[in-house]
Design a protein around this ligand. Structure first.
Ligand SMILES: [Zn+2]
Length: 230
């Protein structure tokens, strides 16, 4: 299978300077959430909308670079992860074309995921991004966002060295709020934080209720983060 990727430049005006001294230590995955890829591309390059990402990957695997990595793209919005709020400043953002929950959410095709794997592997080789900082938009903005959603295969990606995947623990954490917070979540809305955790780590059932199975996955994720460095 191919391990190289052709990246086409399709510049967006929607970026500004990264702050000096802030490391790039996060990778944020999105879906476009618009009826078509063309509409998403138009919005991500429209100066009026003030949104962008570094890359967008079409369903056929075609990759466009909208913003150079050294610039700050505008993909995260109001966000939080592990104590940090200006996630745009410290991240690379990748958009996957998918209509999303609003316009007909559907599986991410093989070609698209394969392109993402190659692109993400390359990005992770160039920045100090720990596995626990490879996140979805929903992880960092649980009150506003559902992307990339429960059809996104984090487990398979982790198997390829992108992000991490826990083993299910045999018991739950001592304190669920502390566990979610330790992983990195903003816990101001408890049920949304739980649902967001489920969407990423227990995607079979996303309902925001801390059932025993969710608690075991939560504890497994805490243990995974404890073992990790960074
Ligand atoms: Zn998003």
């Amino acid at each position: 299978m191919s391990t190289s990727l052709t990246i086409e430049d399709y510049p967006s005006p929607n970026f500004d300077a990264r702050e000096a001294g802030t490391p790039i230590d996060m990778l944020v995955i999105h879906y476009t959430g618009m009826p078509s890829g063309e509409e998403a591309l138009a919005r991500l390059t429209d100066i009026e909308w003030e949104v962008s990402a570094h890359y967008i990957i079409a369903e056929d695997g075609r990759v466009l670079r909208l913003v150079a990595e050294e610039h700050r793209a505008w993909h995260a919005g109001v966000s939080y992860w592990r104590g940090h709020r200006n996630i745009n400043a410290r991240s690379i953002g990748i958009e996957l074309v998918n209509p999303g929950h609003e316009f007909g959410y559907r599986p991410f095709p093989e070609a698209q995921m394969r392109a993402l794997e190659i692109l993400a592997t390359d990005i992770l080789s160039r920045y100090p991004i720990p596995p626990r900082n490879v996140v979805g938009h929903s992880d960092i903005a649980p009150t506003r966002k559902n992307d990339p959603g429960e059809l996104f295969d984090w487990r398979s990606l982790a198997g390829k060295g992108i992000g991490h995947w826990p083993e299910r623990a045999t018991h739950g954490p001592d304190n669920i709020m502390d566990a979610l917070s330790f992983i990195g979540y903003d816990i101001q809305d408890y049920a949304l934080a739980v649902a967001t955790f489920q969407r990423h780590f227990r995607p079979m059932e996303v309902h925001g209720v801390t059932d025993p199975d969710t608690q075991c996955w939560l504890q497994g994720t805490v243990e995974l983060c404890e073992r990790a460095e960074g």
